[in-house]
Design a protein around this ligand. Structure first.
Ligand code: ADP
Length: 392
């Protein structure tokens, strides 16, 4: 059996055909630069990459071509025993604390939530619309990035904002990357064979977030109303005094859209060091670039700040886990963070930290006060499994 997982962005569609039982990924692909002059397709199956470069007018055109790849290059969807299509949706608001079967009402809710995730929900919705049209005979399931954090205690989810305004505009901390934080914290729980754990998960990709998880329940997370809050990210500021917005409006005469773009697309590592990719930032560090050296210091400082805060919030800490692009691959970054935790008895094995692997692994020493893990996240598999559970 298989589930087709679709992650639809504003100008791209990522997809993967996954066996939710074995975890095997049978086929992956990417449609990019939708709506631009020239688009690009990449379909990987059986060790072979099929590509096409041509204009892709919209998501419908893109997905139709993807289905052609499945027919002509394989794997045949019908023969793959496809049970469901799983869609990633960023914002489920207060309405969804778990995955949901798509019907017109669910689709309307996702649409209604667009103002809370203007960069993501409209694109996610577009993917659902065209996929339902093109694959009408299989159930479609949506998995929300916010669902895992619907269980946050009120004290962690509530901004100290005027209550009337907050309620009217549904302003609270929803979190994001929840599918990954849930998958990774559950993986650690399974490895250790214990549910009574105080965990911190650090999802460090282009977007980055931290979560505090006690006994399997999320009790805090760094992303807020939108994925802008929290850690330093590839292009996002993370935490910043909101008065910076007023200041820029008054002094630089910037309007709302310009500040939005500045904070979401032109800041973070890119704003500090000129590049959003951690590998490039390290290269600049090695070349002695002052801005890059400082960018890493700011990035690490913010991480240490959150680890300290979450340890206090949870009243202790059993495990810290690194995941996503930089979390999984960047041993130098991990070492920088872990060195700062040495005064608290955190010890790691430098050789284990340096190993590159696709498997979940412990990198702390036996006498470390806190266990440290690296766990590759797999949001597609998590979505496929949640979709299967729901339709069963
Ligand atoms: P996304 O957040 O877009 O889903 P990923 O989780 O794949 O992305 O993370 C991508 C980011 O991970 C890159 O922008 C880069 O900063 C970082 N990254 C990937 N590989 C490495 C590596 N070997 N060393 C350092 N950083 C890496």
């Amino acid at each position: 059996m298989t589930v087709l997982v679709i992650n639809s962005g504003s100008s791209s569609i990522k997809y993967q055909l996954v066996n939710p039982e074995s975890g095997e990924s049978l086929c992956t692909g990417l449609v990019e630069r939708i709506g631009e002059e020239i688009g690009h397709y990449e379909h990987k199956y059986n060790g072979k990459v099929t590509e096409a470069t041509e204009p892709i007018a919209d998501h419908g055109v893109g997905l139709r071509k993807v289905l052609e790849f499945f027919d002509t290059v394989g794997p045949h969807l019908a023969e793959s025993d496809i049970k469901a299509v799983g869609h990633r949706v960023v914002q489920g608001g207060k309405y969804f604390d778990r995955a949901a079967l798509v019907d017109d009402a669910v689709q309307a809710r996702i649409k209604q939530l667009c103002p809370l995730a203007p960069l993501h929900n409209p694109a996610n919705l577009r993917g659902i619309e065209v996929a339902r049209e093109l694959l009408p005979d299989v159930p479609h399931v949506v998995v929300f990035d916010t669902a895992f954090f619907q269980q946050l205690p009120d004290e962690a989810a509530t901004y100290a904002l005027n209550r009337e305004i907050a309620e009217k505009y549904e302003i609270r901390r929803y979190g994001a990357h929840g599918t990954s934080h849930k998958f990774v914290s559950e993986t650690v729980t399974k490895i250790l064979g214990r549910t009574d754990l105080k965990q911190i998960v650090l999802h460090l990709g282009n977007g980055a977030s931290a979560s505090a998880v006690v006994n399997g329940r999320a009790v805090d997370t760094s992303m807020g109303l939108t994925p802008l809050e929290g850690l330093v990210m590839g292009t996002r500021t993370g935490d910043i005094d909101p008065a910076v917005v007023f200041h820029l409006q008054r002094e630089a005469k910037m309007d709302c859209e310009s500040v939005d773009r500045l904070f979401n697309k032109e800041s973070g590592l890119k704003g500090l060091a000129g590049d959003n990719d951690m590998r490039m930032v390290w290269k600049k560090v090695d070349d002695g670039e002052r801005n890059a050296i400082e960018a890493i210091e700011v990035y690490v400082h913010r991480l240490v700040h959150y680890i300290g805060a979450y340890t206090a919030v949870m009243g202790g800490l059993d495990v810290v886990t690194f995941t996503a692009g930089a979390g999984e691959n960047d041993s130098r970054l991990r070492a920088r963070v872990l060195d700062r935790l040495a005064p608290f008895g955190v010890k790691y094995d430098a050789e284990k930290n340096a190993v590159r692997a696709k498997e979940a692994r412990e990198i702390s020493t036996a006498d470390s006060a806190v266990k440290v893990y690296v766990v590759p996240t797999n949001e597609e598999l998590a979505i496929a499994r949640q979709a299967m559970e729901l339709i069963q």
